[in-house]
Design a protein around this ligand. Structure first.
Ligand code: GLC
Ligand code: CA
Length: 535
């Protein structure tokens, strides 16, 4: 795969670029079955090149019975037939490389599908060849599960399922059809080394690693302690601290082993983690000594309210905890969280635009989720169209389908995703109000804002690599310096305000009408306006 620095400077694509997450089933359907596919992504690469992104992460494309839409893998080294073939994946990687775009895949090592041949064998008898590839334990004397660990999808349930056939429990932190692998078994480790290399040899630029913090569990399966009143709300929701089923030293061992494989390639492949932890030190620990993850997703930001004080505290806390060599990564959403124009902006375009400028002004790699570039909100899902297993568990009160609906390319019926008349796997959203075609040539559109911000990061060195320093402001404003003369200022309130001590020229404002005015000492901000200035 060719290495393509943008302009001859020594840039590193995953640190200096902007990355983009694609949910393959919902990007573009080329064979009119209502499901997005790999040829569809290839067909839309020109859009991504025009937008200016440097890499794409695809949610799982591997073979899956789709109990959890790809996160239940039945074959790690082939493509799920509805999405295409291995040849389609190779064509996508090749066509992306021609446009300077790297392809990152999703690796799901914590668990497999219960239809994976390893598990079919494992559950067949207590002395099956693959028995020990999964975590099997006897019930407690009273018949209850081996320990108190709870299920990640539904904390009211144990992380265990009893198997009548062999009279033992197997561990599943997600669906019972997603049994956890036993990462203490050296054969499992060897097998995943091969899986990594299989894809790296085909030009894949790296992996996003699913629930990486939970990979290796306590060998003795000790009980977790209960959540405490001052724990993060997410931990309290779960009811217990993940002391023994997350962030174990063994996981760091595996990451060092994988990073060593990555570094053998030219250019080196990268590892991005779904590090779903709620303490800065734990997040920082996944970077190791520059020998583990390259990027560790920051869920504190996704889980925060759209308010200056908590957001500032999260970025300051992250900055303080990050080791010298490490590099942050931020996103405003993904396939597991409601879209930010809904979650943070409540449908208000000014707030959504403000949020995007904020993201692109942070020190760290920004990840966009498909549709973010047009300000696409969540799509309401009728009860009879719920497909997410979590949506099914919670009867539609909570679920992840709303953020997984088809990309909106045009205002035509089908939104440019599939031919008119084809029923998409999840319902279409409001393509009339939000679509690529209508926004493309409008310089004031959300899409233009996204493209302009990506170009600005490319143009202004300090916006990519400058350090982060908070500027003292009024309570509802969050402003910071980015190294040499760049200031990012966000007014997260309904009241106009100003930030003192700013000098330079406005290079970008979330307000499309605000021109490149000169700022000399005091920067005025309209309600929900975010501005980037440079000297
Ligand atoms: C991760 C994925 C999510 C999936 C879960 C189980 O959190 O992002 O979509 O359901 O892992 O694999
Ligand atoms: Ca299709």
């Amino acid at each position: 795969m060719p290495e393509m620095p943008a302009d001859g400077t020594a840039r590193t694509w995953w640190r200096d670029g902007v990355l983009y997450q694609i949910y393959p089933r919902s990007f573009m359907d080329t064979n009119a079955d209502g499901v997005g596919d790999l040829p569809g992504i290839t067909q839309r690469l020109d859009h991504l090149q025009w937008l200016g992104v440097d890499g794409i992460w695809l949610d799982p494309i591997t073979v899956s019975p789709n109990a959890d839409w790809g996160y239940d893998v039945a074959d790690y080294c082939d493509v799920d037939p509805p999405l295409g073939t291995l040849a389609d994946a190779e064509e996508l990687i090749d066509q992306a490389a021609r446009r300077g775009i790297r392809v990152i895949l999703d690796l799901v090592p914590n668990h497999t599908s219960d239809q994976h041949p390893w598990f079919l064998d494992s559950r067949s008898s207590r002395d099956a060849r693959y028995r020990d590839w999964y975590v099997w334990r006897d019930p407690k004397p009273d018949g209850s599960p081996p320990n108190n660990w709870v299920n990640a999808f539904d904390p009211s349930k144990p992380a265990w399922t009893f198997d009548d056939h062999t009279g033992q429990y197997f561990m599943n932190h997600f669906l019972p059809s997603q049994p956890d692998l036993n990462w203490w078994n050296p054969e499992v480790r060897d097998e995943f080394d091969r899986i990594l290399q299989f894809w790296f040899d085909r030009g894949v630029a790296g992996f996003r690693i699913d629930v990486v913090h939970m990979l290796v569990k306590d060998r003795d399966l000790r009980d977790n302690p209960p959540a405490q009143p001052d724990d993060h709300w997410f931990v309290r929701l779960r009811g217990q601290q993940q002391i023994y089923n997350a962030c174990q030293p063994g996981t760091h061992e595996v990451l060092r082993r994988w990073r060593a494989i990555c570094e053998k390639y030219d250019p080196p492949r990268i590892l991005i983690g779904e590090t779903h932890v709620h303490e800065y030190e734990l997040l920082a620990s996944f970077y190791g000594n520059d020998d583990e993850l390259n990027l560790a997703f920051n869920f504190l930001l996704i889980h925060a309210p759209f308010q200056a004080e908590p957001l500032r505290a999260i970025v300051e806390g992250t900055e303080a905890a990050m080791p010298e060599h490490s590099w942050p990564v931020y996103t405003l959403g993904n396939h597991d969280n409601t879209r930010f124009p809904t979650r943070w902006a409540g449908g208000d375009p000014a707030k959504a635009r403000c949020a995007l400028v904020l993201l692109m002004g942070l020190r760290g790699t920004p990840f966009l989720y498909y549709g973010d570039e047009i300000g696409m909100p969540d799509t309401p899902i009728p009860a009879d169209r719920i497909l997410d297993p979590v949506g099914i568990i919670f009867n539609g009160h909570y679920g992840r389908d709303p953020e997984r609906t088809p990309m909106q390319w045009t205002s035509a019926a089908g939104g440019g995703f599939a031919p008119t008349g084809v029923e998409p796997w999840l319902p279409y959203g409001d393509a009339a109000s939000y679509n690529v075609e209508a926004q493309r040539d409008d310089p004031t559109s959300f899409l233009s804002l996204t493209r302009d911000l990506i170009a600005l990061r490319d143009d202004v060195d300090a916006l990519r690599s400058g350090s982060y320093t908070t500027i003292a402001t009024d309570d509802n404003v969050w402003a910071w310096h980015r190294g040499n003369g760049v200031v990012v200022a966000c007014n997260l309130s309904d009241t106009a305000t100003s930030v003192r001590g700013v000098t330079g020229t406005i290079r970008m404002s979330s307000d499309p009408d605000r021109a490149h005015e000169v700022v000399a000492g005091s920067l005025t901000l309209a309600p929900w306006e975010a501005v980037i200035t440079a000297l």
